[in-house]
Design a protein around this ligand. Structure first.
Ligand code: MD6
Ligand code: FE
Length: 207
């Protein structure tokens, strides 16, 4: 375990290759039930470069009219989100120790050019619960700062199978994905191959 900043816990290789393959199969099932969609920035309507879907009782999305929010149903199919795969619920218990299960698991799919600008995860009402993310596929250059967008940041390489927890003092720190580094790593495990270069799963307690 590596803690570059208090409250930022990076666990390289948290999932081994076979656990990554099993999780990839679970996530392929989630995407089959809840197809990937594109969220848009509030007000401007600029599309995000990642494609996303969700599992869990609540899913995160954004559109021009109504902005960032959690919804109980998929915006296109109108169906409830599929269940969070058990392996991720186990990881949540193990790595966060939080007494309640996660309500939301956002699935972000990056192609080689996709990025995620510096942001805070603050659409939840519960900031006591940490956020857990698990990555699959290509490495990326991730960046974590502090409570101010313009403050200094620390770069971090996230690789396939890595887990990252933002909790305690770091729960509301700005962070983002600068760049996908596709040439440096293995592709996504076979069940997800062809969808993109990298998948990140972000588990959150919302309420
Ligand atoms: C990503 N991750 O890794 C984007 N947020 O693609 C996040 O935005 C994130 O990894 C909160 C906690 C951990 C994360
Ligand atoms: Fe985030």
């Amino acid at each position: 375990m590596h803690e570059p900043i208090p409250g930022v816990r990076h666990m390289p290789g948290f999932l081994d290759a076979s656990a990554q393959a099993a999780l990839a199969a679970d996530i392929a099932g989630v995407i089959a039930a809840a197809p990937l969609f594109v969220s848009r920035m509030p007000r401007t309507g600029v599309p995000m470069s990642v494609r996303m879907t969700n599992c869990g009782s609540l899913g995160w999305m954004s559109d021009q009219e109504r902005g960032y929010r959690y919804e109980t149903h998929h915006p296109d199919t109108g169906q409830p989100w599929p269940a969070i795969p058990p392996v991720l619920l186990e990881a949540w218990g193990l790595l966060t120790g939080y007494p309640k299960p996660p309500e939301a698991c956002l699935v972000n799919v990056y192609d080689a050019e996709a990025r995620m600008g510096l942001h805070q995860d603050r659409d939840e009402t519960d900031f006591d619960a940490p956020i857990l993310s698990v990555s699959l596929g290509a490495d990326c250059r991730f960046r974590v700062g502090g409570l101010k967008r313009a403050g200094p940041t620390v770069p971090l390489i996230l690789s396939s199978g890595d887990a990252l927890v933002l909790g305690g003092p770091a729960r509301l720190y700005f962070h983002g994905v600068d760049k996908i580094l596709p040439s440096l790593t293995a592709p996504l495990p076979p069940p997800l191959m062809g969808l993109g270069a990298r998948v990140n799963l972000t588990l959150r307690r919302v309420s």
